[in-house]
Design a binder for this molecule. Structure first.
Ligand code: COS
Length: 372
């Protein structure tokens, strides 16, 4: 058992850290330039095979990429994580040869942006109760319904969208489709006003009498729920990596702040503050082991639902805890809206909620433990 990263993975971390620090901008506009630069470096499809335009790296390397990006700009990390794990992997895992030829290389190279449209107003945590419909019509399907809180909903070129062919079948009616931008009947909404991750656009996606040919059905009729769940396993590892990057950024900022205060005042940091910082740094190391282990289980080809959920809820809860406690440690100025800690605090909320709330992650873990 090896608890340190290999030389290869350490070198990759250095590469990603350099890229994030030197190339990623942290403005408040949509990070178009960041995504372009990431695409040029091959970071939009890092864990996809080279024959499909990807970087051929393992999932652990991809996890480190998301961690390092999120340390500098959590929104850029979120967009790339969603694009890769639930925007591109659907095609790689479940697409036909023809579907892959049409879209996969474009997605893996970052020429196309992917989105994952599952959530609805009445089907968030209980994803199986979704009500968007797909009615068979000629050589295809007519889709109607409205998806909510879709990352890159207004920017995506290709959506993996879920709708039911027969609601009476419950989750066994849910079917996945590939939906192209610009399809008549597709109307993305305006970006939601959120408390954080505001450079990542989250929108509704409305489908009205929208025709999708059968050649764009992903997998068999009725296999959509299982497809969504298996994709979310990988997706949750990406969000866990985002939590790691955010928690690390919070601890880095606070450490530098406390050191600066020592120099300025000539007094050592009090033991209460020093121990709080030590607790957070220790939890962060534990969190990192959980995330990398989940990635290694995924790389080994085994089912990683439990490991992914553990990593997702532990790291994203830690990011929020670190931001909250470090604002206290740094005192009043840290609560100002222009202080980076306030930004980290706001960015840390969504990762506790999306790709399955942290309550859902606990449900996944407890069901495995109790054998349900
Ligand atoms: N991989 C593959 N298949 C899976 C799976 C996984 N990780 N988890 C469940 N399934 C399959 C099951 O095997 C079952 O299929 P079979 O009957 O053919 O075996 C089917 O899915 C139904 O499983 P289950 O009964 O566990 O489904 P539930 O309705 O109880 O839902 C939860 C399970 C709550 C875990 C699920 O609805 C969930 O993850 N909700 C959160 C949704 C989410 O993350 N949304 C975020 C969207 S992206 S921002």
């Amino acid at each position: 058992m090896n608890f340190v990263l290999s030389g290869y993975h350490q070198a990759k971390r250095e590469e990603f850290r350099r890229f994030a620090r030197q190339e990623i901008d942290t403005g408040d506009h949509y990070p178009e330039a960041n995504l372009k630069k990431a695409a040029q470096k091959g970071y939009m499809g890092l864990p996809l095979p080279p024959e499909w335009g990807g970087g051929g790296e393992d999932f652990l390397t991809y996890t480190i990429l998301i961690e390092e990006l999120s340390r500098v700009c959590a929104s850029t990390g979120a967009i790339i994580a969603v694009h890769t794990s639930v925007g591109t992997f659907p095609l790689y895992y479940f697409g036909t040869e023809d579907q892959k030829k049409r879209y996969l290389s474009g997605l893996a190279r970052g020429e196309l942006l992917g989105a994952f449209a599952l959530t609805e107003a009445e089907a968030g945590s209980d994803a199986a109760s979704l009500s968007a419909t797909a009615s068979r019509s000629g050589d295809g399907y007519i889709l109607n319904g409205c998806k909510l809180f879709i990352t890159s909903g207004d920017r995506a070129d290709l959506y993996t969208v879920f709708a039911t062919v027969d609601r009476s079948l419950g989750y066994k009616g849910i079917t996945a489709f590939l939906m192209e931008k610009g399809t008549p009947g597709l109307t993305p909404g305006k970006p939601e006003k959120k408390m954080g991750l505001n450079r990542s656009n989250t929108t509704e996606v409305r489908m009205e009498d929208l025709y999708i040919p059968a050649s764009n059905r992903l997998g068999e009729e009725g296999s959509g729920f299982s497809i969504a769940m298996s994709l979310l396993d990988g997706g949750r590892i990406g969000i866990a990596a985002q939590g790691l990057g955010l928690a690390q950024a919070v601890i880095d900022y606070t450490t530098a702040f406390l050191k600066e205060q020592e120099e300025y005042s000539g007094r050592e940091t009090g033991q209460y503050k020093a121990f709080e910082l030590a607790d957070l740094a220790t939890k962060l190391e534990a969190a990192r082991l959980l995330v990398y282990r989940a990635a290694l289980v995924k790389d080994s080809g085994q089912k990683c639902s439990k490991e992914a959920s553990m990593a997702k809820y532990y790291t994203t809860d830690l990011a929020m805890e670190a931001a909250t406690r470090c604002i206290d440690l740094c005192g009043f100025p840290a609560a100002g809206t222009s202080n980076p800690l306030t930004g980290y605090f706001c960015d840390a909320k969504a990762p506790q909620i999306y790709e399955g709330t942290n309550q859902i992650q606990r449900l996944v873990v407890s069901r495995e433990l109790l054998g349900k």
